[in-house]
Write a protein that binds this ligand. Structure first.
Ligand SMILES: [Zn+2]
Length: 388
């Protein structure tokens, strides 16, 4: 599918991926975990939420849409479990793994633990995409999880009996390549890799030991091993998303200096980056860093920086004028031909999310679609002003 991200808005614009799941779907997940409804009954609710998501996404005018990840347990765990409570967990995994993150409001999200080899995904992103595509009238993007996130399934210090970290990571790189390839083969116009653990990797949080283990260079290397499987032409449509987290309207690494991450991150040979910025306090130095580190030739592809102009954790809706101003400001630091716009993060990366700042996930959905509509309008405005 030939999708030109510049066509309809002058400056490319793209969502990250997730939307809040309706309350009725979140209740269905709980009832499925409790054994009160069947997998088919859960799937019916997921399907209804996807249809509603796509219809409302298209009504925003967004040139590219997602299915809101309504069928997924989370952006990070969809390949390994059906629900956050662990129903459908991959057979080589068990409970009690590392905390992926401890958030600013004190809540944490814990991963399962690899107990033995060999590792493989139990679900691929393309399986959900294949069910969603028939409902869509616009190009769809697909988000996938980075191998660096799933690398945290392997215990930080103790080796897994009979299955080395190297063997595990080789399997992980293969699976991530397959996840991306299948998404394209199924019909995704673009695929972005969620890399929220990147900024967290330099946090040095004593409560969460992996964040002090100096893993960022290794994370970048793992993602580049996946990128190396794709041609420059393919990588033009492969992105990487960075953010300080976004769950229950809270963050995990907003206090980590962006300078710790960005020079390393642009070393990833991806074609584009979806970068949280709207909620960043001191924007100009970060925009400057992006301008300095964005590459014209990342192993054959010029990189585009999609700047976050919408804060999914805050119910206040940004106006189109605000969005346009944010992009014009970004163009002071970033070549306008390499500039795009996005949301700071998915609107609900985890399936069970009360969206406390919003009061309810249902209201948060209404807010999300209004925000997306204003992102698209504001991006068009900025393009006119910048002569694109
Ligand atoms: Zn994010």
């Amino acid at each position: 599918m030939a999708y030109d991200p510049r066509t309809s808005t002058g400056i490319p614009t793209e969502p990250v991926g997730s939307l809040p799941r309706p309350s009725v779907l979140q209740q269905a997940y709980a009832r499925y975990d409790a054994g009160e409804i069947s997998k088919d009954e859960l799937a019916e609710q997921q399907e209804a939420a996807v249809r509603d998501s796509i219809e409302r996404f298209e009504a925003t005018g967004s040139p590219i849409i997602s299915d809101g990840e309504q069928r997924w347990s989370s952006f990070a765990t969809y390949p390994i479990t059906d629900t956050l409570a662990g129903t459908g967990l991959a057979p080589t995994l068990g409970p009690g793994g590392q905390f992926f993150a401890i958030f600013a409001d004190g809540h944490g999200r814990q991963l399962p633990k690899l107990e033995r080899g060999p590792f493989s995904y139990v679900n691929y992103a393309a399986e959900s995409l294949a069910k969603s595509l028939p409902h869509a009238h616009r190009p769809m993007k697909q988000a996938v999880i980075a191998p660096s996130m799933l690398a945290l399934l392997y215990p930080l210090r103790d080796p897994v009996d009979g299955y080395s970290r190297d063997d595990f990571e080789a399997a992980l790189v293969d699976e991530c390549e397959k996840d991306i390839r299948q998404a394209f083969a199924t019909g995704a116009a673009r695929v972005s890799v969620d890399f929220t653990e990147g900024r967290l990797a330099t946090r040095e949080d004593p409560r969460n030991p992996w964040t002090g283990a100096g893993l960022l260079p290794h994370f970048v290397e793992l993602i580049n091993r996946v990128m190396a499987r794709f041609t420059a032409d393919e990588r033009r449509s492969i992105g990487v998303h960075t953010c300080p987290g976004g769950d229950r309207d809270s963050v995990h690494s907003a206090d980590v200096p962006y300078g710790n991450l960005l020079p390393a991150m642009f070393g990833i040979n991806a074609g584009y980056f979806l970068i949280q910025m709207a909620s960043e306090r001191d924007k100009d130095p970060v925009l400057g860093l992006i301008g300095q580190n964005l590459r014209d030739d990342a192993d054959g592809v010029a990189q585009t920086a999609y700047i976050g102009v919408i804060n999914p954790q805050n119910p206040r809706v940004e106006s189109p004028q605000e969005v346009a101003e944010a992009l014009i400001r970004a163009a002071n630091h970033i070549p306008k031909e390499q500039l795009g716009s996005t949301d700071d993060c998915g609107f609900s990366p985890f399936s069970i999310d009360e969206k406390p700042n919003h009061g309810s996930p249902d209201y948060a959905r209404d807010v999300a679609f209004q925000k997306i509509q204003n992102r698209v309008e504001g991006t068009r405005l900025a393009a006119e002003k910048l002569g694109l």
